[in-house]
Write a protein that binds this ligand. Structure first.
Ligand code: HEM
Length: 258
C-alpha cells in the first residue's frame, strides 16, 4: 500500500494511521436485516481484542521465561482488563431479540464461533490443549499457525511453576509466607484471568440461551447452550485452585455435602 493519501501528501491523518477506510469497509451483512450489522461488529471487535490478548500473552510468556515476575504481573493485569472488555461487549447482543436473529441466522450457514482460530489459540496458550479442542479447527484444514505456535510453548501454569522453582519457592509457600510477594500477586492475577475467562463463557452461554433457547443446536453442529454450559468448568490452572484447599483440612467433600 502506498504512503500517500487523498490530499496527495504523506501527512499522517487519523484515518490513514488507523486504516479506517479499510477497516470500515469490512462489514458485509448478508441479509437485509438491520440488526445483522451489530452481530458482525461485536464479533469483529471481539476478534480484534483477541488479537491484542494474544499479543499480550506473547509478552507475558516472555516475562515468565526471563524470570521477570513484575513484568508478568503487569501483562496479566492488562489481559484481565481486556477480558472484561470482551465480556462487556456481549451485552450489546443481549438487545438482539430472537425473532430478529432468526431472520438472518440462515445466512450464517455452518459458520460458528467454535471456528474462531484466535479463541482456540488463547485457550491453547492458557493451557487447554487436549486434541478434541482442536478438532473443529482441524476439520477445516491443518492447525492454523497461531494455534500451532501456542501449542509449541509451555502452557501458563507450567511456566508459572517453573518460575517458582527458579526462585526457589513452592506454590503453597506463596500462600503461607509472612507477607505477600510479587509471585503471590501474580498467582492471584492468573486466577483472576481464569475467572474472567469463565465470566465470558458464562455470559456467552446466557446470551445463547436468551436468543436461541436452551434446546436449539448451534450453527457449528453442537447442542448449543447445553454444549457451552459444559465448557464452563474447564480449568487452565488446576494447581492454583487446588492450593486453596490447603487451608481447609481435607480437600475431599464431606459425605453429606450438597
Ligand atoms: C447472537 C449471538 C451469539 C449466538 C447465538 C452464539 C451462538 C453460539 C453457539 C450455539 C455456539 C456453540 C457452537 C455451535 O454449535 O455453533 C457458540 C460458540 C462460540 N461462540 Fe458464539 N454466539 C453468539 C455470539 C458470539 C460472540 C459475540 C462471540 C465473540 C467472538 C462468540 C464466540 C464464540 C466462540 C469463541 C465459541 C466457541 C466456544 C467453545 O467452544 O468453548 N459468540 N456460539
Amino acid at each position: 500500500m502506498s504512503d500517500s493519501h487523498a490530499n496527495g501528501t504523506n501527512e499522517v491523518t487519523y484515518g490513514s494511521y488507523l486504516a479506517l477506510e479499510q477497516i470500515l469497509a469490512l462489514q458485509h451483512p448478508r441479509s437485509q436485516h438491520p440488526d445483522e450489522l451489530l452481530f458482525i461488529i461485536v464479533h469483529q471487535s471481539s476478534e480484534l481484542w483477541f488479537k491484542e490478548i494474544l499479543h499480550e500473552m506473547d509478552l507475558l510468556i516472555d516475562s515468565m521465561t526471563r524470570h521477570q515476575p513484575e513484568f508478568a504481573l503487569f501483562r496479566m493485569g492488562r489481559i484481565n482488563a481486556l477480558m472484561r472488555i470482551v465480556s462487556a461487549q456481549l451485552a450489546a447482543l443481549e438487545t438482539l431479540p430472537p425473532q430478529h436473529f432468526a431472520e438472518f441466522r440462515t445466512h450464517l450457514g455452518s459458520s460458528s464461533g467454535s471456528q474462531s482460530v484466535q479463541f482456540r489459540a488463547i485457550e491453547a496458550a492458557s493451557g487447554l490443549r487436549e486434541p478434541h479442542f482442536m478438532q473443529v479447527l482441524s476439520e477445516h484444514g491443518p492447525i492454523p499457525p497461531v494455534v500451532q505456535r501456542a501449542l509449541e510453548r509451555p502452557a501458563l501454569q507450567e511456566l508459572f511453576l517453573a518460575l517458582l522453582a527458579a526462585e526457589g519457592t513452592e506454590l503453597e509457600g506463596l500462600y503461607t509466607g509472612d507477607r505477600p510477594t510479587v509471585l503471590f500477586f501474580l498467582a492471584e492475577a492468573m486466577l483472576e484471568y481464569e475467572q474472567q475467562f469463565g465470566q465470558w463463557r458464562f455470559q456467552h452461554v446466557q446470551l445463547v440461551e436468551r436468543i436461541l433457547g436452551p434446546m436449539t443446536g448451534g450453527t457449528g453442529g453442537t447442542l448449543g447452550a447445553k454444549y457451552l454450559a459444559r465448557t464452563i468448568d474447564q480449568k487452565f490452572f488446576p494447581a492454583l485452585w487446588a492450593v486453596r484447599a490447603r487451608f481447609y483440612g481435607s480437600a475431599a467433600p464431606a459425605p453429606h455435602a450438597p
